[in-house]
Design a protein around this ligand. Sequence first.
Ligand SMILES: *Cc1c(COP(=O)(O)O)cnc(C)c1O
Length: 395
Amino acid sequence: MIYADNAATTKMSKAAIHAMLPYMEEIWGNPSSLYRAGQKAAEALQSARERIAGCIKATAKEIYFTSGGSEADNQAILSAARLGERSGKKHIVSSAFEHHAVLHTLRKLEKEGFEIELLDVHENGMVYPEQVAEAVREDTCLVTIMYANNEIGSVMPISEIGAICRAKKILFHTDAVQAAGHLEIDVQKQNIDMLSLSSHKFHGPKGIGALYARQGVWLTNLIEGGAQERGRRGGTENVPAIMGMASALEESCANIETHNRKLLILRNRLIDGLSKIPHSVLNGDMINRLPGNVNFCFEGIEGESLLLLLDDRGICASSGSACTSGSLDPSHVLLAVGRPHEIAHGSLRLSLSADNTEEEIDEILRAVPEIVDYLRNISPLWKDKIHGRREFLIP
Ligand SMILES: *Cc1c(COP(=O)(O)O)cnc(C)c1O
């Protein structure tokens, strides 16, 4: 199997698995229990919190464990909204191509009377600091802009956006789920007040993540219960998963440079090869781009058919995001960067990890053009286009 869907989830690293086992087999006590078997788990939890904080230049007190990236996004946004409405601030600035964990939370707030301003995304997949500077107002309680987009891989100028918010004393949250473990994060230098992490996007276990909230930032609870997470999230901590997450994040962060050097070579080879397919276009920015992300639109094909035929050849890829596949709506991200519906339907995302090899890239470069050719040849629409009865949308 060739796995090229690392933006959907990643394979757990050996180190992460080994870090979890002792907390299932030996040290399985409840960290809230006062006897030694519980306190050993509490000490492990504290060390994991410190190690995760260290990876993003935060302190342990600023890390709140959650069930994943979605929960962290929900908690960050709802906290800023609840705080804002107390002083009549009900304006929130975000962008049109955020993850649904952000967009759907904002939609909920809109129904409650918040004014949600979604910034346009440029055709290259970028949101620029000037747009944020223009949008923020006296009554803005939150700016939430993702660090890196999960579909088209574009990387936002987070430090600059953070600086604008800091100067205006507006809370700034970033969904860094696709960035963590792949790009350097420094919450202090980058002026970040809140940041979401998800373990299974950097070779850790699923169902665990974290919200970083700068000291002094007020949080509301999504889950009421015990005093865990300094009273901000009830429920017995998932100690094995947290240990796996800490180990995976440390390992990924220690290898960012070597992994990215390798990924850039693989990614660029893939982009060069796929660009040769006629009537194709790369989505996202070529410079501000995650080192493992490739995303193309091919005119005249259905992304879903392409995926199924790739699967027959042992290649795992994605079209749109995993959350929307299964529905017939095209990706909101591709629509946000201005691709027409028909083109957005024919998209392919390949997201690499450092485990991929040159041989795998070559196999993908053999498979994709053959399948695209095959699908175009059986399409009546395509016949119309090549016979000039319909226009091509991608030159
Ligand atoms: C995967 C992902 C999420 C959701 O994370 P989960 O841990 O799966 O809930 C949120 N935002 C982005 C950008 C993602 O890629």
